[in-house]
Design a protein around this ligand. Sequence first.
Ligand code: ADP
Ligand code: MG
Length: 675
Amino acid sequence: MADATPTHETDPTGADAREHARLTALLEALPVAAALFRRTGTLYALNTEARGSLVVDAKAPLASQHWNVVLLPLGDEGTGCLREAAAGAPPVTRAMALGRDGRRVVVRVVPFEAELLLLTVSEVADREPRRVVSERVDRELAALLELTPAAVRMTDLAGHIVQVNALAGLEHSAQRPTTVRELWELDAPHDIINNRPLSFLDTPAMRALAGNTVRRQLLEVRRLGAQRVIEASASPIRDAQDGVTGVVLFDLDVTDREQLAGQLQDREGREAALQEQVSYEREQLEQLVEERSRALVASQEEHVRERRLAAVGQLAAGVMHDVNNALNPIMAAAYLLRHHAESPDAVRDYANRIQKAAEIAAATASRVGRFIRQEPVHAGGDEALDLGALAEEVLDLTEPMRLQRSSGSGTVDIVRQISPEVRTRGLPGEIREALLNLVQNAIDAMTSGGTLTMRTFVEGGDACISVRDTGVGMSAEVRERAFEPFFTTKGSKGSGLGLAEVYGIARRHRGTATISSVPGRGTEVTLRLPVDRGVQAAAEAEPAASAVTPLHILVVEDHDDGREFLRRILRADGHEVDAVGTCADARDRLAAAEGSPAFDLVLTDVGLPDGSGWDLVRHVRARHPAVRIGVITGWEAQDDRDAESGAEFVLRKPLRAAELHAHIAGRPRSASPTE
Ligand code: ADP
Ligand code: MG
């Protein structure tokens, strides 16, 4: 065993020496620190790398170097590896620290031939020397610090500022702080979020020295000769054992950013204020619009009210005017009658004048009546009408008027556009009256001649009749007021009642009257009435009036004069007449005459002292169904009641003898305007 052991230090010649040289060269070729040990524990050979890093005393002879000594830089762990391998273990590999600089290395021990152990020491990763690395890191760190947009300071554990970057160097030009305390004194920091001065112990530096990490604390500090806002961060620097060895302070100047934010906030504030102003103004505007529209509606209503009052005023004034005009000759004639009572001719003459004046007043009253009596003509009181026939009739009636006009300033031609079978139902007298008014107006409008067109047609389910002229036409204002009673542009020659009547008549027949007119070109007035679907031929000719059959009549009228006149008229016709002034008397008479001679007919007024004529009508219908009953009234607008009450006929005051005769005889004539 001993002769097998190479001992070139003791015997450097011969085969052993060659073997030693060969193995040393081999080791030298390895890129790591490498050494061969005898299993007995002494060094056999090593390369230059190992001589530099492992051997404690490189000048001592090899033979004197035991592994314990050689491997001193690796400590006990390194020796342990060799011992394990010497004891016969398979190759040993272990990572450990090398020497005082603590470089991490991997130690590997491999049995080499029978007697030797090969030990290699290679660095773990970075093969660069520690010093080089450290220098490079320092340079990189310095570059990084200069580029950082923040002031960076590093301290040691005692709070001494040991390193700063260029930015931090500029911040306190007059006096550069050397400790974190001096820094605090110079900065006089103010905590912005909590709005109070920052105590020394609360500074980011002190908190970091206490082991905390501080991130972006917003502070106001005195730096660069002014108040600045910084975001201060601080972090402890720790050693391998996690102990704090100093801190890094990282202060970012955000004054500009904060100012910008402030400005932005200001602007947002201003914009919000502007927005508010705008919405306030919009509200004001809406309110104003609302007020205005309310005012407008109010003024429209006011306007309508004014128009209505004006129309009523005009109506009253018109009636008053006509009644006064009629009363004037009546009063004069009555006065004169008394003085000429003995002369029969004078009496007859004044009686005629009184009658004429009264007729004029009655005509006005009935024309106004036709305007205001707007309740519909009730079924039963109407008849089937052929508008074409009525049109012809009216054209015939107005022929003299047309000829008179034509003989004067200009010719009026007539054009007939009469469609057959344009039928409606209604009161022929009223429709005729309406058409007369329209033809009269048309002729009035064509002062220097023109064409009058009478048209009947069916349109949209209506039976229509229109009168068109080529006359002066109407202005918008005249067209708007033309239907008002007593509205006239003809001065004393006009009554202003024509179109008012037309309007009322159209309404009563459930129809409409419309005007279309162009000033200077002409006018067309159209009546639209419901079409009569039952194609019933017009009424047959009435039987000729026959002689009066004498009747027994009960007159009920509280006005003495009225009662007396009525009695005389009826007696003059050959009737037997009883007259009373109250409902009660009437009921008594009727009851008393229950046997014979019973009454044939009752004629009653409506306004009676102890009740209404309509009640009497119902009483007669219920108790004396065989007795006929007629009503005489001065009131308008009673059609529905007429129908309900069961009266045979209703006559309106002023009473006309001929109309009375006809009704009593049971042959009522269609209502006609004037007698
Ligand atoms: P009057 O004929 O008595 O004046 P109306 O009620 O018939 O009363 O007519 C009222 C007004 O309407 C007339 O004064 C006139 O100004 C106008 N008017 C009616 N019909 C026509 C028409 N065909 N052409 C032009 N204006 C007309
Ligand atoms: Mg007229």
